[in-house]
Design a protein around this ligand. Structure first.
Ligand SMILES: C[S@@+](CC[C@H](N)C(=O)[O-])C[C@H]1O[C@@H](n2cnc3c(N)ncnc32)[C@H](O)[C@@H]1O
Length: 834
């Protein structure tokens, strides 16, 4: 029997349990049941030969299904425990002895059906096994051709490997109908498939080559594996249900790091293996030892080598660069070497002067253009970094480009303008990371054109690295895209991210639309988008900055911006708010945004919801419209909440923070305005656009204001919780109450009876006292339960389910066996011996 992990995942599935229940020796029984259900070969057969039959579940099914007095012969390498109506013996089906034994059992009969469910023992040494599955199938087919009757059926298990097609071809030569099928009980992860060959042609002579593994399987030589495709195009990688690839049975593969240096296809190694090892083999590896000692083999490199499957593009690049360096040190041919070599070998003919000048000119031109491109790339990278920094609140938008334009940042605005021409600022204003991908795209285009980073550089040593990077970037991107196609989790994550982005854009529907447009339209068409935006009234960030007058009411631009916040609107004299509608609109949006993002501000507003409307309506011009908006949003969800009779929201205070807040409000220590103010904290206005989820999740844990709590509030909450916990469970409380009620009823009855006895004039005082005490004693006595009736499970009561006829009250069914068992148990308990 094949060695299988007894408790492996999925091993104890429903078929396994069903087989146990039904008394079949293996879950494989269901495979034959299902195959037979589809093709119905067993019912028609009188003689069946089961090759590789241990432990014998197929024989069991055959014995169950075939007509009475059928002949069933089972053979296996492993012994098979006797099965009624089945002849079994132990033998190797590939041997002559086995063939002779079968012949002996069959005598002159022919088999109607030959079954084969064999699998070479799959253990650690399966690879070394002399017979692989396909060969075993061919051996079983050989026996089938010898013992099958004309028109008979051959059922075999085949593994979907490169040998599958040749096998099918052979079957088709010998049978009229060949069908491959996978019964439902066969595990999806298993590469096995069953081929049912019907209508044996029984040719008088069979070409021996048809049954010779060498000639059958040699035709399809292993195609050269495309390892690069395996790494970057996983869609052509076989799925797990097809089993392991031929000759590739190990999941965890490691290879000496020296091999990685040696190989001409390093990407293949990175894609195929899990680990690059520095461990010395038994017979020693000088190259590996040298590699291990090289200073270039840094701890980081070693770390990367430990698990190749978790590496990203950066680490792959690192390893490839390391390989190149080491190859140079070892003197292996590299691109550089080859170039110099070919230069040396090539016979250089002297050029005439004009050609020389032209060539120099061309070279200079190329140099200049590549330099420009490099600079542009650097600029883009810089900008991308700046934008990310800005989005992470590490820098203000005004700082962008300052480093490039000198300490005073005079040219910063011009730099921003340059960005604006490319509609970058628009996107920044919308809080998208498109800019980043745009920069990437541009870089991509540069690479595609064969220039950019892969072009010539001043520094020769960069050249190889850049080319490598470009190539790797492209391959890695392809790889990720393909992975995304096959990886549902990744797709879902990506979709979620995109969805999140949309939600952010959703602050204004127009923005969303225009964004969608942007994605559809090309880069050059984007200027029209800008115009649309301007029409929509959504001003790009750069225009806002320019539009702000340098002095407002004698305040500087920044100071004016600060005092334009809503909070100062109600204070007369700070800023003339006339004509500042735009700023108000912006402020409103910001508040709504802050509300949606910050749970804290939500909570605060929830607590404060009731008194707000009055305040909000009080002043129209003081920027309280913002609060009005807020209220509307709050109302939506508050309507769903329960309210008390006086219309106030029914809020259960369950945290110490909320209790402190409530206490402060009640005692007048804090006002509702303070709560609103608290909502406008530094965290409320954080721009979280484009930040990775993991970062936001982590930040979310700590990035919220910690409200102070008072000891009294904490004690109050504790007390509240204690009271909650002290409450008994409803059912227990009900039972207790019922018991109490019954007792009270009993007492009442007793009192009445005692009164009657006491009022009886015919009784002496002594008699009265004794009868009352008797009554009390009787009431205190527990009612005796009616004894359990013992019913013998015999006669009409034998094997019945439920209450026997004519028996009321508690009963117990007994049978003679049970009596004996109970007695025996008692004896054992007493320590007696029979
Ligand atoms: C999956 S099990 C068969 C299960 C069987 N059909 C049942 O229903 O119980 C595969 C069997 O093939 C047997 N086998 C493998 N190579 C064999 C060989 N050369 N000759 C005979 N049996 C072999 C193994 O011993 C193993 O018991």
């Amino acid at each position: 029997m094949a060695i299988q992990k007894k408790h492996g995942k999925g091993r104890l599935d429903k078929w396994y349990k069903l087989a146990k229940e039904k008394g079949y020796r293996a879950r494989a029984a269901f495979k034959l049941i299902q195959l037979n259900k589809k093709y119905g070969f067993l019912e028609k057969s009188k003689v069946v030969l089961d090759l590789c039959a241990a432990p014998g579940s197929w024989c069991q099914i055959a014995a169950e299904t075939m007509p009475a007095n059928s002949l069933i012969i089972g053979v296996d390498l492993s012994p098979i425990k006797p099965i009624p109506k089945v002849i079994t013996f132990q033998s190797d089906i590939t041997t002559e002895k086995c063939r002779a034994t079968i012949r002996g059992h069959l005598k002159t009969w022919k088999a109607d059906c030959v079954l084969h469910d064999g699998a070479p023992n799959v253990g650690t040494a399966w690879v070394q096994d002399s017979f692989n599955q396909a060969e075993l199938v061919l051996h079983s087919l050989k026996l089938a051709t010898e013992f099958l009757i004309e028109g008979g059926t051959f059922v075999t298990k085949v593994f979907r490997s490169k040998d599958y097609n040749p096998l099918l071809w052979v079957f088709n030569q010998l049978f009229t109908k060949v069908e491959a099928t996978k019964p439902p009980s066969s595990r999806n992860v298993s590469a096995e498939i069953f081929v049912v060959c019907r209508g044996f042609k029984a040719p008088k002579k069979i070409d021996p080559r048809l049954l010779d593994p060498r000639s059958v399987f040699e035709d399809l030589a292993d195609p050269t594996p495309n390892n690069e495709a395996k790494v970057y195009n996983p869609e052509i990688k076989k799925r797990k249900r097809d089993g392991y690839e031929e000759g590739d049975y190990i999941q965890f593969k490691e290879i000496p790091a020296s091999e990685f240096i040696h190989t001409i296809d390093p990407i293949a190694i990175l894609g195929q293996y899990n680990k690059l090892t520095f461990e010395q083999p038994a017979n020693g590896d000088v190259a590996l030892a040298a590699l291990d000692k090289l200073p270039e083999t840094t701890p980081e490199i070693r770390h990367c080598c430990k698990d190749l499957k978790v590496l990203g593009r950066k680490e792959f690049k690192l390893l490839l660069k390391w390989r190149m360096k080491v190859r140079e040190i070892f003197g292996f041919p590299s691109k550089k070497n080859t170039a110099t070599l070919s230069e040396e070998v090539a016979v250089v003919e002297p050029m005439d002067e004009e050609m020389q000048i032209q060539e120099d000119l061309q070279k200079m031109k190329e140099k200049v253009s590549s330099k420009k491109k490099r600079e542009r790339r650097r600029d883009n990278e810089k900008k991308t970094k700046d934008i990310i920094r800005m989005q992470m609140n590490m820098t203000a938008p005004m700082d962008i480009g300052m480093e490039q334009d000198g300490p005073r940042g005079e040219g910063a605005m011009f730099k921003l303008k340059t960005i604006d021409q490319a509609q970058v600022m628009n996107r920044i204003a919308k809080g998208k990371m498109v800019v980043v991908s745009e920069a990437n795209e541009r870089r991509e285009r540069e690479r595609d054109s064969g220039l950019g980073s892969s072009g010539e550089t001043d520094d020769e040593s960069d050249e190889d690295g850049d080319a490598l990077e470009t190539e790797l970037d492209q391959l890695y991107d392809q790889y990720r895209e393909r992975k995304a196609e096959s990886d549902a989790k990744y797709r879902a994550k990506k979709a979620r991210q995109e969805h999140d982005d949309d939600e952010w854009e959703g602050v204004s529907a127009d923005e969303k639309d225009s964004d969608d447009d942007e994605e559809l339209e090309g880069f050059e068409e984007e200027s029209s988008d800008d115009e649309d935006d301007a029409e929509d009234g959504t001003k790009p960030l750069i225009t806002d900055l320019d539009d702000t007058p340098s002095e407002v009411n004698g305040l500087s631009k920044r100071a004016a911006g600060f005092f334009k916040q809503d909070i100062f609107n109600s204070i007369p004299g700070i800023l003339d708010s006339d004509g500042d509608e735009e700023m108000e609109v912006e402020a409103k949006e910001t508040v709504v945004e802050a509300k949606t993002t910050t749970k804290e501000s939500k909570k605060t507003k929830k607590a404060k919801a009731a008194p707000l409307p009055a305040d909000a309506e009080e002043s129209d011009d003081g920027g309280f419209e913002v609060v009005k908006n807020t209220k509307n949003v709050d109302d939506d969800w508050e309507d769903h909440e329960k309210r008390t009779k006086d219309g106030r929201p029914n809020i259960d205070i369950i945290t110490a923070e909320a209790m402190t807040l409530a206490h402060q409000l009640a005692s007048g220590e804090a006002t509702s305005y303070d709560l609103v103010d608290d909502g406008f904290n530094k965290r409320a206005f954080k721009d979280r656009d484009g930040l990775p989820d993991w970062f936001l999740d982590d930040e979310g844990k700590h990035d919220r204001p910690h409200k102070p709590i008072t000891k009294a509030a904490a004690d109050a909450i504790k007390e509240k919780l204690r009271a909650y916990n002290a409450r008994p469970i409803k059912k227990v409380a009900e039972a207790r109450a019922r018991k109490k009620f019954k007792q009270a009823q009993k007492l009442e009855k007793l009192k009445k009876k005692a009164d009657i006895v006491a009022g009886d004039e015919g009784l002496s005082e002594k008699d009265k006292a004794s009868s009352i005490s008797k009554m009390i004693a009787a009431a205190g006595r527990k009612k005796r339960r009616a004894p359990t009736k013992v019913v013998k499970a015999a006669g009409s009561n034998r094997g019945i389910n439920g209450r026997p006829r004519g028996v009321k009250g508690r009963y117990k069914m007994v049978d003679p066996r049970m009596k004996k068992e109970v007695r025996a148990l008692k004896r054992v308990a007493k320590g007696k011996k029979r």
